[in-house]
Ligand binder design. Structure first.
Ligand code: BGC
Length: 732
């Protein structure tokens, strides 16, 4: 009986799956295709497209970087910009900013906004969301990724995916999988337990595939369990397709394909952006009988599924208007305004009417963040900087004195030491800037220091070596606080920075991210109290870098080794000729499932600010917790009172502990959350529903998910270390 019910459900799911609406038609198309026509679809045609079938009028698939804005148009076969004007896009807040909203609904709008702009540009698939777990505070792409927690990452990825795909714009979840560091990303091998892989690193992808029917997945550059992700049968065929039922296309990261037969059999559908392995070599491999035709046919099917599900934008319609539109700019504002995290406030914020002179100090007050690093940037239509936002908001109310205070240090050319003369000159300039900043600070009613990182400091392709604030900002802040102690520091950054010194010399502390086109307006609205801050940290802010799990365990940073075939090396070394070597490095994920707050909470390591933390201008009171569970769901209900003088949003969080568990577990884990708007003085009842399945753990002996019976302690509150409500239920 159960079997039938299951099959019926499955059939129903298949009937409604957006990628399974044209199966018979696709079968017919494939029947009429030559091998060459098929293989022609399985690799890059241009830098950002793969071919359709011209003879049948089936359009190419156009890809768009992603993930936080539609990238400018480039020449077909190079990275050279075409210099158009219509491709100016909205710069959406980057990943960690989106995650700080803790709102799948806002992520949905974000995905929708990205999709609207992608359509205007004639793109079919957005290369995003970028959703690897933020394992390392120094990780180069932490600003692009969402969170250190799989459920938060997954819920947001589901929102983003649905928002985009509801506009008939496909997404491409990236980078599958375990691309949680940038150093050596092109060859590093992740040694990771099956349990950590499943519970932490794969879960967000699984959620977006199963719950949102994501149409694309990008294979990561790195290796997992010794195999390149782009030819990883385990990850691609067994888990993604067979277990999760993925029906879309797997494309390689750019230049991340390493073989013909391995990639073809291992599950890759499209080699991007070239045809080195999946062009003529693939045709030859099929002819030689090494790659079966069925394998090719199933790849073509995957591509046609996406192609027929996503209506192609006619070429004469695309790029007729500017990409960034008021409707999408409004979404960028909304995301930014709900992402800003207030970490500390000793009566400084919001700015009161008494504040008549404001000293704004810092390079990031005027720096734009849409472009930078080596990765995908956004050629944006406009970007409101923090200073511009404040000038607009305070017009006629207070006077602003701006001083740059510091600036980025001269950078060394690749492989060369920094020029000494340039450095000496820089130090001189810094001293002058400092003097000017102190002058601005002296006597001001408040100092707003706008510092943090920038897009050169946090960058794709390499991790940071430190989380210390760059360019002498700590010293500058100390000096400012001496002349005027009323300092609020605003950190413009996408990843953790060390706040130990900053904390000591400031009375207010705000995280305001790489916050997009409307970032400056959102920041000004929060600082002036037009809206209450409501973002919560999507990652732990450690006290110091050495406290973070991979550092504490000494498994990061790793060293690169030279490797190669033992015999070839021996022979070649003897002949003093070129040794055939390969770049090689192992990343040991020794902390297992104890990533982020799971580590700090369980090992009693006190962070600077915990995961989920963020203050408001009002106090929220939690009360009356009730929880019950049936076979499928845990329902958690509680009351939330806004005791302050203005409307504000709170992100309520539910963590669950399993005290009788037979396996090692973190102290507790995030299992549910909700952003709730509560009016001043009002109390609202909040219900959060958590699927019992969410309590699962990966059983490494059975290689399967288990949900343990027994006690579950439910904690509710506004941050991972402030959980005032607690109750225990039974799972049976
Ligand atoms: C990045 C991807 C990106 C691709 C195309 C790669 O270097 O890892 O995230 O989509 O380039 O720009």
């Amino acid at each position: 009986m159960l079997g039938f019910a299951f099959l019926a459900l499955q059939a129903q799911a298949q009937n409604t799956h957006p990628l399974l609406q044209h199966e018979a038609e696709i079968t017919e198309i494939i029947k009429g295709m030559t091998l060459e026509e098929k293989v022609n679809m399985l690799h890059g045609k241009n830098m950002f497209s793969s071919a359709g079938i011209e003879r049948l009028g089936i359009a190419d698939i156009e890809y768009a970087d992603g993930p936080f804005g539609i990238r400018e148009e480039m020449e077909p076969h190079s990275w050279k910009p075409l210099g158009w004007e219509t491709d100016r896009a909205t710069f959406f807040p980057t990943g960690s900013a989106l995650a700080a909203t803790w709102s799948p609904e806002i992520a949905y709008e974000y995905g929708k906004g990205m999709a609207i702009e992608a359509k205007l540009r004639g793109k079919d698939m957005i290369l995003g969301p970028a959703m690897n777990i933020q394992r390392l505070p120094v990780g180069g792409r932490t600003y692009e990724y969402l969170s250190e927690d799989p459920i938060l990452s997954g819920e947001l990825a589901v929102g983003y995916t649905m928002g985009s795909q509801d506009q008939q714009e496909a997404v491409c979840l990236k980078h599958y999988a375990v691309n949680s560091q940038e150093n050596m990303r092109g060859f590093v091998n992740a040694n990771i337990t099956e349990r950590a892989l499943r519970e932490i690193y794969l879960t967000p992808f699984e959620m977006a595939v199963k719950r949102a029917n994501a149409m694309g997945v990008m294979a990561a550059y790195n290796k997992v369990w010794g195999k390149w992700c782009s030819e990883n049968d385990n990850l691609q065929n067994r888990i993604l397709r067979n277990e999760w039922g993925f029906k879309g296309i797997i494309i390689s990261d750019w230049g991340g394909t390493h073989s013909t037969v391995g990639a073809a059999i291992g599950g890759l559908d499209v080699e991007m952006p070239s045809s080195t392995y999946m062009g003529q070599a693939l045709v030859d491999s099929v002819k030689a009988g090494v790659v079966p035709m069925e394998v090719i046919d199933s790849k073509v099917r995957n591509l046609l599924r996406v192609r027929l599900a996503i209506p192609a934008v006619p070429k004469d319609v695309a790029n007729t208007k500017v990409t960034s539109q008021p409707e999408t700019q409004a979404i960028a504002y909304k995301v930014a305004s709900k992402s800003i995290v207030l970490l500390k406030n000793e009566g400084m914020l919001p700015l009161t009417k008494k504040v008549k002179t404001v000293a704004v100090i810092g390079d990031n007050a005027t720096r734009t963040m849409a472009l930078g690093g080596v990765g995908a940037g956004v050629k944006t239509l406009y970007e409101v900087t923090p200073l511009e936002g404040l000038q607009k908001a305070l017009k006629g109310k207070a006077k602003i004195k701006y001083a740059q205070g510091y600036k980025p240090a001269p950078r060394a050319r690749r492989g060369q030491p920094v020029d000494e003369a340039a450095m000496a000159q820089y130090q001189k300039e810094l001293a002058a800037m400092k003097a000017e900043a102190l002058k601005a600070a002296k006597g001001a009613d408040i100092v707003l220091f706008v510092g943090g990182d920038n897009r050169e400091v946090e960058t794709e392709g390499s991790d940071r070596t430190t989380i210390q604030l760059p360019f002498g900002q700590e010293d500058l802040l100390k000096a400012i606080a001496e002349v005027n102690p009323k300092v609020v520091a605003i950190m413009v950054a996408g990843a953790p920075v060390d706040l130990r010194e900053v904390q000591k010399v400031t009375k207010g502390l705000v995280y305001s991210w790489f916050n997009g086109t409307e970032g400056g307006n959102a920041l000004a609205d929060v600082l002036t109290g037009k809206i209450a801050p409501s973002g919560k940290l999507p990652f732990t802010l450690p006290m110091k870098l050495e406290d973070s799990p991979a550092y504490a365990l000494g498994v990061y940073p790793q060293k690169e080794e030279e490797a190669g075939d033992v015999f070839v090396n021996l022979v070649n070394a003897g002949q003093n000729s070129n040794r055939r070597t390969e770049r090689k490095a192992d990343a040991d994920y020794t902390e297992g499932i104890f990533v982020g707050y799971r580590w700090y909470a369980t090992k009693n390591v006190k962070p600077m600010y915990p995961f989920g933390y963020g203050l408001s201008y009002v106090d929220f009171k939690y009360s009356d917790l009730k929880a019950k569970a049936d076979k499928e769901n845990i329902e958690v209900t509680f009351k939330l009172a806004n005791q302050g003088g203005m409307e504000a949003d709170e992100v309520a969080q539910v963590y669950v502990a399993r005290p009788d568990s037979k396996v090692e577990r973190p102290k507790y884990e995030l299992k549910g959350f909700k952003r709730v708007a509560v009016k001043s003085g009002e109390t609202t009842e909040v219900t959060i529903s958590i699927p019992v399945e969410q309590l699962r753990h990966w059983n490494e002996f059975q290689h399967a998910w288990n949900v343990e019976k027994g006690k579950a302690v439910i904690y509710v509150g506004g941050s991972s270390d402030n959980l005032p409500l607690q109750t225990t239920i039974n799972i049976d």
